[in-house]
Ligand binder design. Structure first.
Ligand SMILES: C[S@@+](CC[C@H](N)C(=O)[O-])C[C@H]1O[C@@H](n2cnc3c(N)ncnc32)[C@H](O)[C@@H]1O
Length: 422
């Protein structure tokens, strides 16, 4: 289900060529931040935030369709999209049984592990199976993923999920403590790639195993690639030491930070072609306001100083300053920018379309724009259109407020083709 297997002559594209059947897994999209997985049951009604949806209506519709809820009088109310499940969407909706890897790290992992159809990949731990879905798709239809977790229930739940998602033939799940026993001997020399999301890749809990990295070395084919995800740099150091003591070369560690942008079409308060003129007008206004404030401040200070003569200086220092504080100058200038004064986007007039792929929220975008300086707004403005009444619309791309921070480090290394012990 997570894999699209086109039928011969299929040119319609991934979603158009697939229709929804009873029992299918769909990803119900209500908003970019409100998606959930749902197994289609034609007997049921889907209760969503935008109304009640008779599931029977979904059968036979192409994946990607928009379907409408039924109002009490039979009229239409809200709508949702029925999306085809993919590893990317699954990572966004899955039930977390552990911490999981997200799209940014997963993309780098699949790329630098050089995965392609037919590859054999080893993974530990399986966790919630977020990465495993992407590994399976990358090596399908002829490759194999062997994934290991020492937590019995997690391993069983993941296995059931892979089967339910149609990945059973590609993914084998085993309950095994990899730090204790290493990977099974029958996999020695069989892996093209190996991935660890374990607390201690350098560890070995038994005398027979000097480290998990050593076991990885035994499993990887010459030129195969190793990768370990570790949240802390100390773990990275120890993993690198273990790699250096084995036949690995070209180690490199990377941290992948993601910065998303919201793209939205905003109505501008003024014509951008007047931005320079508006900036000058705005600065003049600000200068005048500041001069008025300064002169009032001088008058207040003169009065206050007279009254306070002979009092405790510390107390005086708590008196609010009429002068601009260091740094407030730049704030004033910032506030005077056309972004704040002239080109702040208005709320869209039309009912907002569903959030864009990047999750556009017009209100949030407006707030972010109001904070941004004019040059930045101009830099990100990609296209400008003028409506019939002369109003200017601008496509804006603004960084989202929820930029992802540190998750961990990815350490890659390549198994040497030839290794001669010194
Ligand atoms: C952070 S989770 C992995 C998440 C996974 N990468 C994902 O994207 O869903 C780490 C998993 O490693 C498993 N684990 C920890 N130590 C282990 C060991 N020694 N052997 C096998 N699995 C282990 C845990 O049970 C847990 O499920």
């Amino acid at each position: 289900m997570m894999l699209h297997q086109p039928s011969p002559g299929d040119t319609a594209g991934v979603t158009k060529s697939r229709t929804i059947a009873d029992g299918d897994l769909v990803i119900v999209y209500e908003r970019i931040d409100a998606m959930k997985s749902y197994f289609v049951d034609a007997q049921k009604t889907y209760h969503g935030r935008f109304g009640l949806f008779p599931v029977q209506d979904w059968i036979g519709k192409p994946f990607g369709s928009r379907v409408y809820s039924k109002g009490t009088g039979g009229g239409q109310q809200g709508w949702i999209y029925l999306l085809a499940p993919t590893p990317e969407l699954w990572t966004m909706v899955l039930r977390h049984r552990t911490q999981i890897l997200y799209a940014a790290d997963i993309s780098i992992i699949c790329m630098y592990l050089e995965l392609r159809p037919g590859c054999t990949v080893l993974e530990s731990g399986t966790g919630s199976g977020s990465l495993t879905h992407a590994l399976a798709r990358a090596i399908a239809p002829t490759g194999h993923v062997h994934t290991f977790d020492f937590h019995q229930q997690r391993a069983s739940e993941a296995e059931a999920e892979f089967n339910r998602h149609g990945l059973g033939k590609l993914v084998a799940v085993q309950h095994r403590n990899i730090e204790e026993h290493g990977f099974p001997e029958e996999l020695h020399g069989k892996a093209d790639a190996l991935f660890l999301d374990l607390p201690g890749p350098w560890k070995a809990r038994s005398l027979a195993l000097s480290s998990v990295v050593k076991s990885a070395e035994a499993c990887l084919r010459p030129d195969g690639i190793f990768c370990a995800f570790s949240p802390c740099i100390e773990q990275v150091q120890r993993t690198c030491e273990a790699l250096a003591s084995c036949s690995f070369t070209a180690p490199r560690t990377m941290e992948c930070l993601l910065r998303s942008y919201e793209v939205s079409n905003e109505k501008m308060v003024i014509d951008l072609s007047r931005a320079e003129e508006a900036t000058l007008e705005s600065r003049k206004r600000k200068r005048q306001t500041k001069e008025t404030k300064d002169s009032r401040g001088r008058a207040v200070r003169a009065k206050t100083n007279g009254a306070m003569r002979g009092r405790d200086a510390a107390q005086q220092s708590q008196t609010p300053r009429a002068d601009p504080l260091p740094g407030s100058e730049s704030k004033d200038q910032h506030m005077g920018s056309p972004a704040a004064d002239s080109v702040a986007p208005e709320a869209p007039e039309q009912a907002p379309e569903p959030a864009s792929a990047a999750g556009a929220a017009p209100a949030a975008a407006s707030a972010a724009t109001a904070e941004a300086g004019a040059p930045e707004v101009k830099a990100v403005a990609a296209a400008e259109q003028r409506s019939g009444d002369g109003k200017v619309f601008q496509v804006l791309a603004l960084p989202t407020a929820d930029a992802r921070g540190h998750t961990g480090y990815l350490t890659f290394a390549r198994r040497l083709v030839e290794f001669i012990e010194p």
